[in-house]
Write a protein that binds this ligand. Structure first.
Ligand code: HPA
Length: 282
């Protein structure tokens, strides 16, 4: 058994000793959605630090815990605080929580993040449904011996962000009259924000938004056969798009400003996603 898989199973056992909740959906909360868990009918909370061998987030403002409960009667686990590659963890640790949520029963992964707008038609405060991603200088979490019990050696990435789920999320946003862009998310390692030249490169490659998470998580989830969808909150225009310098404060400020709308969109989308998956299962 390879090391990453063994570590995952140990974490899984450590979780299951404490919690027997079976989620249908796994939700990853990005900046600005950190307090989303307040809207969940909470059944149980598990601090990352109480899971043996689990990587811990070191970023200010990112709480580290799983919250298990219900949103509109849908059982879900939500990650309040994710693990970032720039914190110094091996990439297999960065995606360990995603794999863990799948082992706990989650069939779908709902990713959220804060991102910089690369597409010049975007504005801070916009929401972008992720159609596809580009992983730039971030190693694949699938490098190393493959665990066949998780997924195949060579996994197909041609429909990573499930077309059906994108459709139901677009319909949901339309019904709520919340404008929703759709585009390509590019993951850089961070933690520094990009240079204007890197942003021009990202645009040339076809990116609409950039951030420091998400793509590697989607790779691990896709490997395990999860349904995946994601929404970025455009918190700032990326470097060089405007004259403004970038700051974590601006990211946080925009995220806080649009948080109520983002939460509304995510809650209603979760219901639509859960229904779409159930219909698919028949
Ligand atoms: N770049 C990278 N990550 C980000 C940004 C950005 O401009 N904004 C929020 N997260």
């Amino acid at each position: 058994m390879n090391q990453a898989y063994e570590k995952l199973l140990n974490c899984y056992e450590s979780c299951r000793k404490r919690i027997d909740f079976v989620p249908k959906i796994a939700l990853v909360l990005g900046s600005g959605l950190g307090d989303y868990a307040e809207g969940i009918r909470v059944e149980a909370v598990l601090d990352y630090q109480d899971i043996e061998g689990f990587p811990r987030s070191t970023v200010e403002g990112h709480q580290g815990r799983f919250v298990f409960g219900y949103v509109k009667e849908i059982p879900l686990v939500c990650m309040q605080g994710r693990v970032h590659y720039y914190e110094g963890y091996p990439i297999s640790d960065v995606v360990l929580p995603i794999r863990l949520m799948k082992l706990m029963g989650a069939e779908a992964l709902f990713l959220t993040n804060a991102a910089g707008g690369v597409n010049t038609a975007y504005e801070p405060g916009d929401f972008m449904l992720i159609r596809d991603h580009i992983s730039s200088f971030v190693p694949s979490p699938l490098i190393g011996p493959n665990s066949n019990s998780l997924g195949p050696r060579f996994c197909d990435m041609s429909d990573t962000y499930d077309a059906r789920l994108r459709q139901v999320i677009k319909e949901t946003a339309g019904r709520l009259e919340i404008p929703l862009k759709e585009g390509v998310y590019l993951q850089f390692t961070g933690p520094q924000y990009e240079t204007p030249a890197e942003i021009r490169m990202a645009r040339g490659l076809g990116a609409d938004a950039v951030g420091m998470s998400t793509a590697c998580e989607a790779v691990a989830a896709n490997h395990m056969g999860m349904h995946i969808c994601g929404i970025s909150c455009i918190t700032n225009m990326a470097a060089g798009v405007t004259e403004n310098p970038l700051s974590h404060e601006e990211v946080q400020e925009t995220a806080d400003r649009v948080a109520p709308l983002f939460k509304h969109l995510v809650t209603e989308s979760i219901a639509a996603v859960a229904q779409a998956i159930s219909e698919e299962e028949g």
